[in-house]
Design a protein around this ligand. Structure first.
Ligand SMILES: C[S@@+](CC[C@H](N)C(=O)[O-])C[C@H]1O[C@@H](n2cnc3c(N)ncnc32)[C@H](O)[C@@H]1O
Length: 407
């Protein structure tokens, strides 16, 4: 078997796997053609970090040193990290926070299923990364369409431009713009679709404004607290966006909408308010996606971290503001430390029980209206906003002196 046959065979196996998982968008034959026409290997850097899948642990790839392993990685259905900490950390070590990747193909196609591309569409993509999704988009919209992709990182954008020039030569090739995707790209508006491949906490109004009425914005959404969702927002003639949450997804954040960072365990608990709760921290930590959505909305900016024995909460805009609820087996009550200007644990618990009071609705009962003034989350119908109605604080203060310090 020649090397190129081998590649075709591997690609066919990958396509077969994503099709079996049900992730190939309709019309499936068009997408299979696009996947075969876009040479995936041209978007994989020579050296990178491959995340684990069912059969392989996470590992570095190096095309020059271990070509067979590199070629195998090209056709795995798993993310390939191409940058960490905005380039400050060597991404081939697996260290740091991934800041750009070639996403797993099944996730890419799952999201494309909500974008609903058609021939001739003008598409604004946010987050060029390697350029792979822009290339697939260009294949689907064809020469009558147009693809503009915005990447915040200049070095990534340059490399993506080279990848695209090799993979989609000539007319119909996507245009790569270096800039903040939150601003969209007004010069090429109006678009039929805006497709973000990084996640947002709030949908920039520029995306709505630059999309024609009847057009659609699809973006990973609301990942700070828990499950990330897919927001699918259609543009109305009055210039507002009307959205639903048809799925879940996990993506890296738009740079300007990243949650607070820092290692909480190193933070001093001096000045923390100490209390106890009868609510098991795991009930809040592992709530279903619709409860996470309500918590995200009623406790704005709250971010979570979930080690096995605790739920840590942070305020995305205020590093001084955090809470930790500690889980211990066989305990009837659990200790809570809350620090800073907000009682984040209390807020999250109230929001969780508000979701219970709504009757534990699923994601399909929620929607989002986006206007120039911001976003409003609603239940069942636009104009019926989510508000705190029935909850109350559950934590009771512990008597002084406070218990052992955290961290
Ligand atoms: C998951 S990667 C995108 C994968 C890409 N679509 C591909 O096919 O390789 C997310 C990308 O979003 C980019 N990004 C983050 N914040 C951005 C912003 N404000 N504007 C534009 N791009 C941004 C990151 O630099 C990163 O390259």
């Amino acid at each position: 078997m020649t090397a190129s046959n081998d590649r075709d065979e591997r690609l066919d196996m990958l396509i077969g796997r994503v099709e079996a998982k049900g992730y190939l968008p309709p019309p499936a034959e068009d997408w299979k053609r696009a996947l075969r026409a876009v040479p995936r290997h041209q978007f994989v850097p020579d050296r990178a970090w491959v995340l684990a899948d069912e059969a392989h642990p996470a590992h570095a790839i190096d095309k020059a040193a271990r070509p067979d392993e590199w070629w195998e990685a090209v056709y795995l259905d798993t993310p390939i990290i191409i940058q960490a900490d905005d380039g400050a950390t060597d991404h081939t070590t697996g260290q740091g926070t991934a800041s750009s990747s070639l996403s797993a193909l099944s996730g890419v196609l799952y999201n494309f299923g909500f974008v609903d591309l058609d021939e001739g569409h003008r598409v604004l993509e946010i987050g060029t990364g390697t350029g792979y999704t822009a290339a697939l988009t260009a294949r689907i919209v064809g020469k009558a369409g147009e693809v503009v992709s915005v990447e915040v990182d200049a070095a990534l954008a340059t490399q993506a431009g080279e990848n695209l020039a090799a993979a989609v030569p000539g007319r119909g090739a996507p245009t790569v713009i270096v800039g903040d995707g939150a601003d969209g790209y007004a010069h090429a508006a109006p678009f039929d679709r805006v497709h973000a491949t990084c996640s947002v906490q709030s949908i920039p109004y520029a995306w709505i404004e630059q999309c024609r009425p009847g057009g659609r914005i699809v973006t990973p959404y609301g990942e700070w607290f828990g499950h990330g969702l897919i927001a699918q927002v259609d543009v109305m003639p009055d210039g507002s966006g009307l959205g639903r949450f048809p799925g879940t997804s996990g993506y890296m954040h738009l740079r300007s909408q990243r949650p607070v960072d820092g290692h909480a365990a190193a933070w001093s608990s001096a000045g923390a308010r100490v209390g106890q709760t009868r609510v098991n921290p795991r009930t809040i930590a592992y709530a279903p996606p619709a409860a996470d959505l309500v918590i995200t909305h009623l406790a704005p900016g709250v971010t979570a971290r979930r080690p096995a024995d605790a739920l840590w909460l942070f305020d995305g805009s205020d590093p001084d503001c955090w809470a930790v609820a500690t889980y211990a087996e066989f305990d009837d009550a659990f200790e809570v430390h809350q620090h800073g200007r907000r009682d984040l644990w209390d807020e999250a618990v109230e929001a969780y029980f508000q979701w219970q009071h709504f009757g534990r609705p699923g994601l399909d009962r929620f929607g989002l209206t986006v206007t120039r003034g911001g976003g409003e989350l609603w239940i069942d119908r636009p104009g019926n906003p989510i508000m705190l109605q029935a909850a109350g604080r559950e934590t009771t203060p512990l008597p002084a002196p406070s218990r052992a310090a955290v961290g």
